[in-house]
Design a protein around this ligand. Structure first.
Ligand SMILES: [Mg+2]
Length: 454
């Protein structure tokens, strides 16, 4: 029996604002960060979970992880995993903390880190990667992991069991594909950050084409002429008939009418989808944009969102309203593996493909498991998964892409454990002599303007 001894949060930040990696229409100078939740036990096993943020907000999430910790410290792991759905409800039921959610914001980001750390720990004790833990479950066992509160008008436990049972056809073939590293095709955003110059963008696009990628995403959403220039360059490299797919991402900068007008004006570049055209909370707005882009002179443009959708309830409504063509789940903005599984099932019910959000430190490490689960266990349909080629060297078991596909992770756990030296190097504020944030170079980042001037 493994008993949870302690839980510690760690504030880890990498200074990506120095070279504008991660920059987009909304986020000018992100520092890719991770609020870690590290579980120690009375055994050799530890659990590592994290939530992705882009800098200062990390401090709040770490504080919230510390506040959730007493709910599990001292408990045997078996007691928590025996009825996971019940445990998930328990972890969201400290009403004084629920008040500052519910199921959203800082407290939910912290829950994601804690729940994922528990899955990491559990998977390690079972000697399996997280995707395999789920792939080895019966439909009933998967459904037992879920909390159906607020979603039974769209999906009941009985329907979920039926969907999972139906998806078992062809499962062995899909499992074999996963073991050949052919289950999860990757797409790349590496060339597409808004702060990158034209030459850097062009050479990165050429490089990623040569590496075997066929799906490419670019940031848009500042100035229309600027966007046209960048998409022209992209299409010069990618062509229109070479089997390359282009996607664009506006990171919520537009109102609904602006989104429709701006994308109608970019339709000639034939993007597959526009990601986050407006506020992630605007369900009816997304439905209106989808309608407004169903017909353009160059064919329809699909609508995608999800990286900042707070929970299964918002996803349910996006699906019920017919507001999205592509669902972009995030591994840790919602409450960890359990809520992700619920949302994968909702997407399956509404026949909408899942393309997880992975543009951030640690996210590809997580989402490689989720896309593998979606393919083998839930949808049975191949999708694509974002891969950004930054910061993987800091992980003990980094995610990898070969021949345009994710290499299926085989190590036990959920893959976000960082190398201890990297963790010390990027801990904020950290110790002098150990942390980058205590160096002279860090002063430039720490004193940079926080917002555009008034
Ligand atoms: Mg995005």
């Amino acid at each position: 029996m493994v008993v949870i001894k302690s839980i510690a949060s760690r504030d880890v930040r990498t200074p990506t604002s120095l070279d504008k990696t991660g920059s987009d229409g909304m986020n000018l100078s992100p520092d890719y960060s991770a609020a870690f939740c590290i579980i120690t036990t009375d055994s050799e096993y530890t659990g590592h979970g994290m939530t992705f943020t882009i800098g200062r907000g990390n401090e709040l999430v770490c504080g919230a992880i510390d506040l959730l910790a007493p709910l599990v410290v001292g408990k045997p792991l078996d007691e928590l995993t025996a009825d996971w759905g019940k445990t998930w409800r328990y972890l969201t039921s400290d009403s004084q903390l629920r008040w500052i959610g519910p199921d959203k914001g800082v407290i939910h980001l912290a829950l994601g880190a804690l729940v994922n750390a528990l899955w990491d720990l559990w998977a390690k004790t079972l000697g399996k990667p997280v995707w395999k833990v789920v792939a080895d479950m019966t439909p009933e066992e998967v459904v037992k992991c879920l909390d159906f509160r607020y979603i039974t008008d769209a999906l009941t436990p009985e329907e979920a069991v039926a969907l999972l049972t139906e998806a078992r056809a062809g499962r062995e073939d899909r499992l074999a594909e996963a073991l050949r590293n052919e289950a999860v095709p990757a797409y790349t955003t590496s060339a597409g950050w808004l702060g990158y110059g034209e030459d850097k963008m062009r050479s990165l696009l050429k490089q990623t084409v040569a590496e075997g990628y066929r799906y490419f995403k670019l940031k848009v959403g500042t100035d229309l002429e600027e966007d046209r220039k960048r998409l022209t360059i992209a299409r010069e490299v990618l062509g229109y008939d070479k089997g390359n797919t282009l996607m664009v991402d506006a990171n919520q900068v537009w109102s609904v009418p602006e989104a429709i007008a701006h994308m109608q004006a970019l339709a000639e570049f034939k993007p597959w989808f526009i990601e986050e055209p407006t506020s992630p909370d605007d369900i009816l707005g997304h439905a209106a944009i989808r309608k407004g882009l169903a017909y353009t002179a160059h064919g329809p443009i699909a609508v995608a969102t999800g990286e900042m959708c707070q929970n299964r309830i918002v996803f349910k409504q996006l699906l019920q309203a017919g507001a999205i063509d592509v669902l972009q789940i995030d591994a840790c903005r919602v409450g960890g593996v359990n809520e992700v599984l619920t949302i994968l099932l909702l997407a399956k019910k509404f026949n909408v493909p899942v393309v997880p959000h992975s543009g951030g430190i640690g996210l590809p490490e997580y989402t490689q498991h989720l896309s593998t689960i979606d393919y083998i266990v839930v949808s049975g349909r191949k999708s694509v998964l974002e891969y950004v080629d930054h910061l993987h060297e800091h992980f003990v078991h980094p995610s990898r892409v070969e021949n345009g596909h994710y290499v299926t992770p085989l190590e036990a756990g959920y893959s976000v454990e960082m190398i201890p030296e990297s963790m010390d190097h990027f801990t904020y504020p950290g110790e002098k002599g150990k942390s980058w944030w205590q160096t002279e170079e860090a002063k430039e980042v720490l004193s940079a303007p926080r917002v555009r001037p008034l």
